[in-house]
Structure formats: structure tokens, C-alpha cells
Design a protein around this ligand. Structure first.
Ligand code: BES
Ligand code: ZN
Ligand code: ZN
Length: 462
């Protein structure tokens, strides 16, 4: 990963970014005439190339997100060209955003190339207006988001349920939180019928990963439980997804699980004073000799019976068991993240996460506000009990699919049935994955939700 350090006398770099405030023409290293011409122009960004390196000019007076995106523009110019760059600014917020955008843009998924191209940019030197703590936070942020992207981008042949659980255990070892992985035998003893049903067509065993970060100075009495969908590959099962197309990106169907593990990793690296528990049920979903079938009736972990009418609605089957298991921790709130429905993607695209639930409005207001701040926007959908009727089965307690309309909401209502505590469901089917590159989010796995939930926890539990 690119290193970030403060600019010192010795830092040798011939490329520079200057974030310039209104009416400030005196800037060390720049001609006043250049600065005043830039400030009086209507450009928000400009650059020129000198024999020694690049000079980028950025107006400080812009929206935070515009500055993050400029971080990506700058990365595009320099990543193959220079080994280091210096960022100069007296504006803390702008400097943070620019560094964040630049850093997030430096992600490359190269592990499957026989000869991976090396990444030239090695070092970002930043002005002392960014504090050491902020640099540390940016490094933790990039590590968490990049880990999530790696998990989402890695195909199932290299990341099955056990390998995902192992990867989460590594995070725990590194950042100092506890990770317990339940294997198939333990999942069977617990009678997690939903997770076992989805796993029946698989040749790989399922896992149920429990991550717990419990600092001694935690300010919350009851833990926050984060549940994430860990479907390491979703073929749809016997209700096979149509090809070509709809199966291509399904190696990323564990994005919710990866996101929740990464949030705990981020919080632990930053030593947030908040007690968090992560629950990540994982398996692939495949047709196979013994695969669960449409028409099947499954008894879930909490005893609820489910009529399976579509094996492609597998996310809710495995999440239901994890959500019911959360009661063991007597949580303050349970939040889940899942690439749960095509309906969510179709409704609002890749631009935002759909959230819904029965928790206090204050949690939703926080998520909405922070969503705009970090530009991982969320949209709250209705969650009226009327939608529960979509899930009524003629022969069991519920069926696993709703009607033709509002599929993202009936899925949420299905999940709500299993949760005792206040609950928020996040359907990240849209933003978790991008088919083509979009600024600092890149393409493929985006890591959407990691910055949002970290910031949510940081703001709420100080
Ligand atoms: N993993 C998919 C949802 C999905 C679709 C995520 C597209 C990302 C992009 C999920 O398991 C699924 O297949 N859902 C079905 C549910 C339906 C059968 C009720 C869907 O949305 O079509
Ligand atoms: Zn599915
Ligand atoms: Zn799925």
C-alpha cells in the first residue's frame, strides 16, 4: 500500500498538489501570478507539468466529495509516472478528503496476474495540517476498504466459506479482536437449518464466524451486532440464475459479510470505545445432488419453518439464522448488510444503499447524515407490517420469496421476523459492485458500507 507521512525537510518529491484558499496568493513554491490567475479563473482544478514533476492546483472551496474525486483525478495522472507526491494545504478538511480520494484510488487487484504490474506511486507526503491521528485513520480506512474489495473480487475457487472465515481470523489476530469460527458439525448441533439448507448443494462446508471486539473502555452497555451475508458464490442453486450475465458477479455475494468484518477491523485498529459483535454465516449456493429444492420446508435455528419457493433467495435463509443467534448477545441494535435483492439494485442503482428497519429514528437519521458526509449514501425505505403479508406461506410459517413488487422490503420483513432487538437492514446489492470504474471507488468490489458504518460508530460512541 502507498505510504503516507508528513512532509519533512528531507522528503524529496518534485510533484506537488496545492490546495488553495480564496484570496491566498502567497504560497511557498508557487508564483503569485500563477496562483492569482488560477483563483480568478472559473476552474476548480488545474495542473501543469514541469521538467521536475507535476504541479496540481485545487481550490479548497469545494464540496468534500468533489475534492475526493479530484484525489482520483490526480492519482490518474501520477500513479504510473512518479514515486511520490507532496500535498500542501492549510485546510484540514480538504486535505483529508484529497488524501482519502487519492489513497482509495490506489487500489489494484493484481493477485491473479502471472506478472502483476508494479504500482509506481509509493509515498504520499502530507502537510502538517493533517494530524498524525488522521493519517493513521486514513491508513486504517484504506486497509479495511481494500481488504473488503479483495474479498469481493476473489473468486470462489480461491475463497470458499472456510477461507473467508480464515481471512477474518487473520484480521482479528492483526487488530486484536476475538474471532471464533464454527464449522459444519457445530452448525449442525446448533440446528442452523437455513445455513445448512443453502449449503446442501455445496461440496464445501459452511462456516459461521463470530467476531468480537470488546475494549475495556467501551461506552455501550449492550453490544452492537453486525451481521453480514457471506454467500461466497451464488449460482441461484436449483433455481439457477440465467446465464450469461446474472451469475458473473456473484463471487461478490459475500460483500455484506466482508463489510461487517472490515468495520470491526477498522474500529479495532482505531481503538474505538465500542463493543461490537460480528456474525458472518458463509457458504456457496449451488445446485448439486443433495441441493435444497423449491418446495422444501426448512426448520430454522429459532424453530420458524420456511417454505422454500426459490433457492436463489438464499441470503435471507442464512442471515435468518445469524439474526436469531444475535439474541444471545442481548444487543443494543442489530444491523445487517447484504447483497440481498436485485430489486434494490433496480430501484436505486449503484448510487446508494437501501436501509429499513424498526430501530429508533435517531439511528436512521445518523446513517442518512453520515451517508452524505462520507458519500456512501443511504435511502430509507418503508417497513410497514403490510409487507409481511407478502411472505405468507400456505403450508409453513413463512415462504422465502415475496410477490412481484417491493422485493427488497418483503425480504427485509422476512429478516425482521428473526430479530428480537431493534433492527436495521442494509441492502447493498447496488453499491457493493461496479461493472465499470467510477472514480476512487474503482471497479469490481467497492467496499461500500465500511466508511459509513465506521463513521457511524465513531460519531455515536465516543
Ligand atoms: N445475490 C442475489 C441478489 C443480487 C442480485 C445481488 C444482483 C447483486 C446483484 C440474491 O441472492 C438473489 O438472488 N435474490 C433474488 C431473490 C428472489 C429470488 C426473491 C433476486 O433478487 O432476484
Ligand atoms: Zn440468490
Ligand atoms: Zn445471493
Amino acid at each position: 500500500m502507498v505510504k503516507i507521512t508528513h512532509i519533512t525537510e528531507a522528503s524529496s518529491s518534485a510533484s506537488h498538489v496545492y490546495i488553495i484558499e480564496k484570496n491566498t496568493v502567497d504560497i511557498a513554491g508557487l508564483d503569485t501570478s500563477v496562483v492569482s490567475a488560477f483563483l480568478s479563473s472559473d476552474k476548480k482544478f488545474d495542473y501543469f507539468k514541469q521538467p521536475e514533476g507535476f504541479v496540481f492546483l485545487v481550490k479548497a472551496d469545494q464540496k468534500t466529495e468533489e475534492i475526493r474525486v479530484l484525489g482520483n483525478t490526480i492519482e490518474g495522472h501520477i500513479s504510473d509516472a512518479v514515486e511520490s507526491i507532496q500535498l500542501h494545504s492549510t485546510n484540514n478538511e480538504a486535505l483529508y478528503a484529497l488524501t482519502e480520494g487519492l489513497l482509495l484510488s490506489s487500489y489494484r487487484f493484481t493477485k491473479h496476474f502471472s506478472k502483476p504490474k508494479s504500482y509506481k506511486l509509493e509515498e504520499i507526503y502530507v502537510d502538517a495540517h493533517l494530524t498524525t491521528e488522521q493519517i493513521q485513520e486514513l491508513v486504517s480506512m484504506a486497509k479495511s476498504v481494500f481488504w473488503t474489495r479483495d474479498m469481493v473480487n476473489t473468486p470462489v475457487s480461491h475463497l470458499n466459506a472456510e477461507q473467508l472465515a480464515e481471512a477474518i481470523s487473520h484480521l482479528g489476530d492483526e487488530a486484536g479482536f476475538q474471532v471464533t469460527v464454527l464449522g459444519k458439525t457445530q452448525i449442525e448441533s446448533l440446528k442452523m437449518g437455513g445455513l445448512l439448507a443453502v449449503n446442501k448443494g455445496s461440496i464445501d462446508p459452511p462456516t459461521f464466524t463470530i467476531a468480537e471486539y470488546k475494549p475495556s473502555n467501551a461506552v455501550n452497555k449492550k453490544p452492537i451486532v453486525l451481521v453480514g451475508k457471506g454467500v461466497v458464490y451464488d449460482t441461484g442453486g436449483l433455481s439457477l440464475k440465467p446465464t450469461p450475465g446474472s451469475m458473473d458477479t456473484m463471487k461478490g455475494d459475500m460483500a455484506g459479510g466482508a463489510t461487517m468484518a472490515a468495520v470491526i477491523y477498522f474500529a479495532a485498529m482505531q481503538k474505538l470505545p465500542v463493543h461490537i459483535v460480528g456474525l458472518i454465516p458463509a457458504t456457496d449456493n449451488r445446485p448439486g445432488g443433495n441441493a435444497y429444492t423449491p418446495g422444501d420446508v426448512i426448520t430454522m435455528f429459532d424453530g420458524t419453518t420456511i417454505e422454500v419457493l426459490n433457492t436463489d433467495a438464499e441470503g435471507r435463509m442464512i442471515l435468518a439464522d445469524a439474526l436469531a443467534y444475535s439474541a444471545k448477545f442481548d444487543p443494543e441494535i442489530v444491523i445487517d448488510a447484504a447483497t440481498l435483492t436485485g430489486a434494490a439494485l433496480r430501484a436505486i442503482g449503484t448510487e446508494a444503499t437501501i436501509i429499513m428497519g424498526n430501530a429508533d429514528d435517531a439511528y436512521f437519521q445518523d446513517l442518512e447524515k453520515i451517508g452524505f458526509d462520507v458519500h456512501e449514501r443511504v435511502v430509507r425505505f418503508p417497513f410497514w407490517d403490510d409487507y409481511k403479508t407478502h411472505m405468507k406461506s400456505k403450508i409453513a410459517d413463512m415462504k422465502n420469496i415475496g410477490g412481484p413488487n417491493a422485493g427488497m422490503i418483503s425480504a427485509g420483513k422476512f429478516l425482521e421476523h428473526f430479530v428480537k432487538a431493534p433492527y436495521i437492514h442494509m441492502d447493498i446489492a447496488g453499491p457493493a459492485w461496479l461493472d465499470s470504474k467510477e472514480n476512487y471507488k474503482g471497479d469490481g468490489g467497492t467496499g461500500a458500507g465500511v466508511r459509513l458504518l465506521y463513521q457511524f460508530l465513531k460519531n455515536r460512541y465516543k
